[in-house]
Every structure is written in structure tokens, then in C-alpha cells.
Design a protein around this ligand. Structure first.
Ligand SMILES: [Zn+2]
Length: 159
């Protein structure tokens, strides 16, 4: 059973940074075509992603076997895009290796609207779990409505 723990989220002027840990990262996965079929059902735009790490092949080829935090990064970006954020926004994922401990990670995401990005980070683990393990399918339309509503919250930073 996959568990994704978000431990800390930090908003900087140009990025949202997420620290967390994954349990069950190394568990056996469903077949690639099953995983792709779930993506097609729940978040099809993910199949068009390209990775900014230099790989020229589509993310679709890497998706079934990629590490959980990397998938989480791409899911969060796709949820943001579905809620109206630009598709040029990028993210990065790094492992913070701790021998013997849970698989800790750090994700950095560019954003156009910090609240939409934070909302996407909060929603993303449900999508990742569904994509990799099945179960209850998240309703993309409901999530997009919630995220788009966050975009309407006025900036209260005072400037
Ligand atoms: Zn990537």
C-alpha cells in the first residue's frame, strides 16, 4: 500500500517546495498498460508531458516505472494546468536519501498562482495512488472546480 506523506510545504517568490516521504515505493507495480489505462481515465493530459531532465521521449513511456515523487510532481503540474495554469511551468524532484528510513523527497514547482499550486499538491497524492494502485477514481472535474476557485481568492499580501 502506497503512502505519500507531505511533511512541509514552503512558498518562495518563484517556487512551491514540498518535502515529504513515500512508503511502499519499492512495491511491485501493476502492468504498464494497466497504469497507462488509468491515466487515460483520470488525467489524460499527463500522457503528453515531457520531462525537463533532458529525456527526449514522452513521459508516457517513463510513467509506469518512474519513482513515486516524480509522478507526484507531474500530476501536480497537470492538475494546475487543468485549472488554468500555463503548461510551460516546470518542476523538479530530488530524493533525500536516508539509509534505513522512509524514502524522503523534495519537489520544487514553478507556479503562477500559489494557492492553485498548493491545492494541486494537496490533491495530487490521491491521483498518484489511483494511477499506481487503482481503487476509487478521483473526480478530475470536481478537483478542477476546487482549484479554479482558489485562483479567485484575492491576494492578501498587501502589495
Ligand atoms: Zn519529469
Amino acid at each position: 500500500m502506497l503512502e505519500i506523506h507531505i511533511a512541509r510545504v514552503t512558498v518562495t517568490p518563484d517556487q512551491v517546495r514540498v518535502r515529504g516521504a513515500v512508503e511502499g515505493e519499492g512495491a511491485p507495480r501493476d502492468a504498464a498498460d494497466v497504469i497507462i489505462e488509468r491515466v487515460r481515465a483520470v488525467l489524460p493530459g499527463l500522457l503528453q508531458h515531457r520531462c525537463s531532465t533532458g529525456a527526449e521521449h514522452p513521459f508516457e513511456e517513463e510513467l509506469p516505472s518512474t519513482e513515486v515523487p516524480h509522478l507526484l510532481e507531474h500530476v501536480a503540474l497537470e492538475l494546475m494546468a487543468e485549472a488554468g495554469s500555463p503548461r510551460r511551468l516546470r518542476g523538479t524532484t530530488r530524493w533525500l536519501r536516508r539509509p534505513g528510513g522512509p524514502h524522503a523527497f523534495r519537489i520544487s514547482l514553478e507556479y503562477d498562482d500559489d494557492l492553485v499550486c498548493l491545492g494541486a499538491v494537496k490533491e495530487a497524492p490521491r491521483f498518484v495512488r489511483y494511477i499506481l494502485e487503482g481503487g476509487e477514481r478521483p473526480a478530475l472535474r470536481d478537483v478542477v472546480v476546487r482549484l479554479a476557485a482558489l485562483r479567485a481568492v484575492p491576494d492578501v499580501s498587501g502589495d
